[in-house]
Design a protein. Structure first.
Length: 108
């Protein structure tokens, strides 16, 4: 069993939206059920639901274009950093500690 490469959030969302829009029969059934519940004609509900799913799929594809910006923003809002940034900061701290030891050694 081979391990798959982890997928990005936008890839997973796109796959989910793609799956949802591929199942037009399921969408029609959902539209029919929703139409009965809220008193809207099935054809109008189908059109509205398909339009909504199409818009969502379009937005998700644009998210792929902006995914790095979206991820950076989400990480910043959550107060998290990327591993790469964390490692870089650790290297800087180690360099500063080394320089401080050198300076302390000169003053002794």
């Amino acid at each position: 069993m081979s391990a798959e490469k982890p997928r990005s959030l936008s890839d997973v969302l796109l796959a989910g939206v793609g799956w949802a829009t591929e199942g037009l029969e399921a969408v029609d059934e959902l539209a029919d059920d929703l139409g009965r519940r809220v008193g809207v004609e099935p054809d109008r509900m189908r059109a509205a639901l398909r339009e909504t799913l199409g818009t969502l799929r379009n937005e998700m594809s644009h998210l792929g274009d902006r995914r790095d910006d979206v991820i950076e923003s989400a990480l910043a809002k959550a107060g998290l950093v990327r591993r790469e940034d964390f490692d870089e900061l650790g290297l800087r701290v180690a360099q500063l500690e080394h320089r401080l030891r050198l300076v302390e050694g000169e003053t002794s």
